[in-house]
Design a protein around this ligand. Structure first.
Ligand code: PFF
Length: 450
């Protein structure tokens, strides 16, 4: 219970913009750059984007505000925060820490592939126009034994080194460099993609909704994507919010972060879709889109090698600013609750995650025949458990914890700095967090189990 005393020395973000950059750095990741364009491509383009926007406002904004507010109120990690509003709810934070632990184990493997692709683009190895050769090259990497593990180790090490620096020195400082770099690069590449001959068809596909394409499947996919992309449901924003000072404008932050996240996802879509249409690929190309189709597109573009290098650096930046948040959720818990030294926590947790990631990596190659949940290999099983079970469940319980246990009056007092900040949408937020959020997330959760 000496958490309160400890809080007087708790580190804080150095500036408001530092928090916004770090939190949007967490949100913007492989989910935006790789998953959003592929999900949009698979779900009718503009139809998906329209539904995504509606859900973003209803659920994304609501949960973002709830998580940041709970974090700042309690000034604690995910588990400590739930424990503080009700002892019985500590396990909900535990689910979140577990989700972070599991997600980072496989996220780091993908981060390793990205590092490998930076090297491949620097040496010109992926400067090939033939998607089949690129497909073989990608398969050889992910199906390998030692190579993907080495790159996974490098990615995990980079994540640990940044998190080791702490809040002000590590996460905030790196986000201040990584995030603006990311914006500049993605805008340049999007402009290039959108000025390709034939690009207009891709822009139309992404931005003009075909209402007939909207069905329950599209709605549910968009809901799940909002959830994962905004880093919600596992206490990440609780943890980041816990380092906020009491005078921050939470409603404003909770609006800006989802907007930045969506802006990057849209820009990623405006890179992938115009290029896909310009070069005659399939919009629903799926998981291979990033690593197979895009290099093929770059290879056929003037200055393509430069764009390929820029793009994979951009993906690495985005993945790192998300992975540091995943590690921080777990580190904050161990440091706060177990009173363990930060350095020990970072290296201990990072090492165990690395080991789990080794198995995940091998499960795409030598261990691919070993299945765990259904037909899924270990890698896909980790993703399934975290993304399809723990995150939706965490979000659903967050709505109940904030809306019904802690109470919206208390939450709003915190969010508005005791009424000092005007928050006109407060009545709407109450309705969303108490009713719409839990019901909508329950639908995603149930569907994800089907
Ligand atoms: N939002 C990240 C992405 O879109 O890649 C992934 C993620 C990070 C999910 C942090 C959850 C989280 F807590």
């Amino acid at each position: 219970m000496d958490n309160l005393n400890q809080n007087t020395q708790r580190e804080q973000w150095g500036s408001k913009i530092g928090f916004i950059l770090a939190a949007s750095g967490s949100a913007v990741g492989l989910g935006n750059l790789w998953k959003f364009p592929y999900m949009a491509g698979r779900n009718g383009g503009g139809a998906f984007v329209l539904v995504y926007f509606i859900i973003l406002f209803l659920i994304g904004f609501t949960l973002m505000l709830a998580e940041i507010t709970l974090g700042r109120h309690t000034q604690l990690n995910a588990i400590g925060a739930y424990k503080k509003i009700s002892k019985k709810w500590a396990w909900v934070g535990g689910l979140g820490v577990l989700a972070g632990f599991i997600i980072l184990s496989f996220y780091s493997v993908v981060g390793g592939w990205v590092i490998n692709y930076i090297i491949k683009s620097l040496t010109g190895a992926i400067n090939i126009a033939d998607p089949e050769i690129l497909g073989g090259m990608f398969g050889a990497l992910v199906g390998g034994t030692v190579e993907p593990i080495v790159y996974h180790g490098i990615f995990m090490l980079m994540t640990m080194i940044i998190v080791l620096g702490g809040i002000g020195g590590g996460i905030e400082k790196s986000s201040k460099i990584l995030m603006p770099g990311l914006f500049i690069m993605i805008i340049i590449i999007a402009i290039r993609a959108m000025t390709l001959p034939g690009a207009i068809e891709g822009i139309k596909y992404l931005l003009i909704p075909n209402f007939e394409a909207i069905n329950i499947g599209v709605v549910l996919d968009a809901l799940g994507q909002v959830f994962f992309s905004l880093s919600l449901g596992m206490g990440c924003m609780i943890t980041y919010g816990s380092y906020l000072s009491k005078d921050t404008n939470i409603p404003e932050s909770a609006t800006v972060i989802p907007l930045i996240d969506t802006g990057v996802a849209l820009l990623a879509g405006l890179i992938v879709m115009p290029a896909v249409f310009a070069f005659g690929f399939e919009p629903g190309g799926g998981p291979g889109l990033l690593f197979i189709t895009l290099p093929a597109i770059f290879a056929q573009m003037p200055l393509g090698t430069v764009f390929a290098i820029l793009f994979f650096f951009l993906v690495l930046f985005a993945a790192l600013s998300s992975s540091i948040s995943l590690l921080e959720v777990c580190v904050a818990y161990v440091v706060d609750e177990w009173k363990i030294n930060r350095k020990v926590a970072v290296f201990g947790l990072g090492f165990v995650m690395f080991l789990i990631g080794v198995v995940a990596s091998l499960s795409n190659g030598p261990l691919s025949h070993v299945t765990f949940i259904g037909e899924r290999n270990f890698f896909d099983s980790l993703d399934f458990v975290a993304s399809n079970i723990l995150l939706p469940l965490g979000g659903l319980l967050l709505c109940i914890a904030v809306g019904w246990i802690w109470g919206t009056d208390e939450a709003l007092a915190e969010a508005t700095n005791d009424g000092k900040i005007e928050f006109k949408l407060a009545p709407l937020w109450i309705f969303l967090v108490k009713y719409v959020g839990p019901i909508a997330i329950a639908i995603v959760f149930i569907r994800s189990l089907m």
